[in-house]
Design a protein around this ligand. Structure first.
Ligand code: NAD
Length: 297
């Protein structure tokens, strides 16, 4: 069967991923509720459609990159959604970060509609989506993974088929994002404290890049965002908060107290409430800077 690709959710991640599929020579149908995202997709050669229902009727590999589990559930299970309307045998690949139970539930429901489902969350950020260097953590049946392998190779670089459980990739992805939560706040605290002591953020970065304090998140948050004073997401504080809540639920279920992880949920909740929710997560730095006490000389 000739593959006809559909992509729902053309945001910070979905748009560059779908552009890479277009550049690889695929015909790609796209849908997003945001008109600007649709315009950008069409300008790149994508075929824009106006509803999920219409999209799934035109495609047999349907990909999603949507913000929250609630949106994913709606797009899959509503009457006008993917499950009710997709062509039999279609392959559904969800790149979004959701709760593991949702992956398992959607896989089960997909089977009852004679559809195939893979949970395939990604890591590597917008840069990784643009450069097709994403890490993709796939859970699902081997034959379905094989059907999606070529596509994974186009949008990503490090592809892991982690087992037949549809939620195994998500579990690992949430562990990854728990660490991102730690590192992002660690970078903010380290740089603000350094600056208060008269150490420039540049000098600090140079030295720590060659020390054990180095991390991929330090590199990302500092070089791509803080240094340029640009806090357009990227990966928004709201999305990080969503993932930390999901990681916390996963830990509660496993009976593991997350001593710092739990505090991070409160912390990023406060940062979002201060107005940084739609900013890149690296704005944790701005939030902390505002709280510094001005000492009299
Ligand atoms: P985003 O908010 O930029 O994009 C989501 C897109 O979905 C938006 O364009 C929005 O208009 C669209 N959308 C919302 N509801 C819709 C609906 N009902 N039908 C169709 N489209 C709809 O988010 P993003 O940063 O691209 O993230 C997408 C997913 O990928 C999230 O689950 C996120 O956690 C995950 N993720 C993001 C990053 C990152 O660095 N941004 C990295 C890895 C994983």
């Amino acid at each position: 069967m000739k593959e006809k690709l559909g992509f729902i959710g053309l945001g910070n991640m979905g748009l560059p991923m779908s552009i890479n599929l277009l550049r690889a020579g695929y015909e790609v149908y796209g849908f997003d509720t945001n008109t600007k995202a649709m315009e950008q997709f069409i300008a790149e050669g994508g075929i824009g459609l106006s509803t999920t229902k219409e999209l799934v009727q035109h495609s047999n590999v349907i990909m999603t990159s949507l913000p929250t589990p609630q949106v994913v559930e709606h797009v899959f299970t509503s009457e006008e959604g993917i499950l009710q309307n997709a062509q039999q045998g279609s392959l559904l690949i969800d790149f979004s970060t959701v709760n593991p139970e949702l992956n398992d539930e959607l896989h089960k429901k997909a089977q009852s509609f004679d559809l195939r489902y893979l949970g395939a969350p990604v890591s590597g950020g917008v840069i990784g989506a643009i450069n097709a260097t994403l890490t993709i953590m796939v859970g699902g049946e081997e034959k379905d993974y094989q059907s999606g392998e070529k596509i994974f190779g186009i949008v990503g670089k490090n592809i892991y088929h982690l087992g037949t459980s549809p939620s195994i990739g998500t579990r690992i992805k949430l562990l990854n994002n728990l660490m991102i939560g730690f590192y992002t706040q660690a970078v903010a605290e380290t740089i603000v404290l350094g600056e208060k002591m008269g150490i420039s953020a540049n000098t600090l970065y140079e030295v720590l890049s060659n020390s054990y304090g180095q991390s991929r998140i330090y590199e990302r948050n500092y070089l791509e965002y803080m240094k340029n004073e640009n806090y357009e997401p990227g990966f928004s504080t709201n999305l990080l908060l969503k993932d930390l809540r999901l990681a916390k639920n996963m830990a509660d279920e496993a009976g593991v107290p997350l001593r710092i992880g739990e505090q991070l949920v409160h912390l990023y909740n406060d940062i979002a409430a201060e107005g940084y929710g739609e900013n890149d997560m690296s704005a944790a730095y701005l939030s902390l800077k505002e709280k510094c006490i001005i000492k009299q000389p």
